[in-house]
Design a protein around this ligand. Structure first.
Ligand SMILES: *Cc1c(COP(=O)(O)O)cnc(C)c1O
Length: 369
């Protein structure tokens, strides 16, 4: 151990400098004036007009602190999803909820479990707490419940499971989630991240809120960033047991969700037509993109989210990195996912018809088809 007090300048605590900073999707391409951003799974339809109006109205309240417990938004979410208000926690994006859960449950040396290709934000918070991340192998890019259960040991405090997952877009059905929960020690927190839940319309899928209602160790998180198109405003929520919400709330920053975010989120919840349009667009183009891209000799991981994960088979002689660069020259920004252990894959957000057609044309040209 180095003596940090004797160091010639302040030294971050052990582990901090081992953390790889979160890498956002690219927002610009060299030489392209207004590229199409398909790199961050944002809502291609924008957001609800009512949400935008609520945001604009909030401009008259910039001198005020927000409601610390987001009362109006809390009541709106509780009503919409039929949840107990005291069991909700609001965050600066669901990212903040993940961070707070890590901080609440992890001591140095404790561990968190996630899938081999699990979302990067979870692990950053774990490492910041001196925790260990156990990555569990996936089968066909899908969470393997048995492998997850096997990985649990007496230092396990948290399991993070995005369902559907990012960057793979895969999911596990309600029976599998239940089996995972039943196999866990009651002391282990199971976090079901539903960032893309609305886009999974398969009847075997459940968002976990029903399961969480009667459990002492399940947290379900949701976000306004994807289906509601409010990523810029940073607002998400978690549903958890009341005593857990009470604990986590103690370390939350006092005014973590700002006024424009709270007001726009309330308006967005009411605009069911906008959410329905967002789902319908994805449902229309997801199978088309999958089929077209398959037709180019590329692999498409079956997706239940608003993006597709495209694999470049080794025999094709083409790489995901080259494809990302090639598409960028056409003004199509996609997301390389090498940092998720998927060096041969590219994640592409489902866009409007013209974007999707441009993606397929671009990939066809890249593949020489
Ligand atoms: C986009 C995304 C989120 C949402 O994060 P916010 O902080 O709410 O914007 C959460 N989980 C996953 C897996 C995501 O891809």
């Amino acid at each position: 151990m180095t003596d940090r007090f004797a160091a010639p300048r302040p030294v971050p605590k052990p582990g901090i400098l081992d953390i790889a900073p979160y890498k956002p999707g690219k927002a610009a391409a060299e030489g392209v004036a207004s590229p199409i951003k398909l790199s961050a799974n944002e809502n291609i339809l924008g957001c609800s007009d009512e949400a935008r109006a609520a945001y604009a109205e909030a401009a008259g309240k910039l001198n005020l602190y927000p409601a610390g417990r987001a009362d109006i938004l809390r009541a709106a979410v509780a009503e919409k999803y039929n949840l107990e208000p005291e069991r909700l926690l609001f965050g600066c994006g669901s990212d903040e909820i993940f961070q707070l859960l890590n901080q609440t449950f992890l001591e140095p040396g404790d561990n968190m479990i996630q899938g081999a290709h699990g979302f990067a934000a979870y692990a950053i918070g774990t490492h910041a707490c001196g925790g260990v991340v156990k990555y569990v192998p996936e089968k066909n890019f899908t969470i393997d419940v048995d492998a997850m259960l096997e990985a649990v040991d007496e230092r396990t405090r948290l399991i993070f499971l995005a369902n559907p997952a990012n960057p793979t877009g895969t999911w596990i059905d309600a029976d599998e989630v239940r089996r995972l929960h039943e196999g866990l020690p009651p002391s282990v927190v199971l976090v079901l991240d539903g960032a893309y839940a609305e886009f999974n319309t398969d009847p075997r899928f459940e968002d976990g809120l029903g399961l969480a209602r009667n459990a002492h160790n399940i947290v379900v998180t949701r976000t306004f960033s994807k289906i509601h198109g409010l990523a810029a405003l940073r607002v998400g929520w978690g549903y958890m047991p009341a005593e857990m919400a009470d604990a986590v709330d103690r370390i939350r920053l006092p005014f973590n969700v700002n006024i424009p975010a709270q007001l726009a989120a309330v308006a967005a919840l009411k605009d069911e037509a906008f959410a329905a349009r967002s789902v319908a667009l994805v449902e229309q183009w997801r199978p088309w993109l999958t089929q077209q891209i398959n037709g180019l000799g590329l692999d498409v991981v079956p997706s239940a989210a608003n993006f597709v994960l495209v694999g470049f088979p080794e025999v094709s002689g083409k790489t995901a990195v080259e494809a990302e660069g090639f598409l960028a020259t056409k003004g199509l920004l996609t997301r390389g996912v090498g940092n998720y252990g998927l060096v041969n894959h590219l994640r592409i957000t489902i866009g409007l018809e013209e974007h999707n057609r441009a993606v397929v044309e671009g990939l066809a040209e890249f593949m020489g088809k």
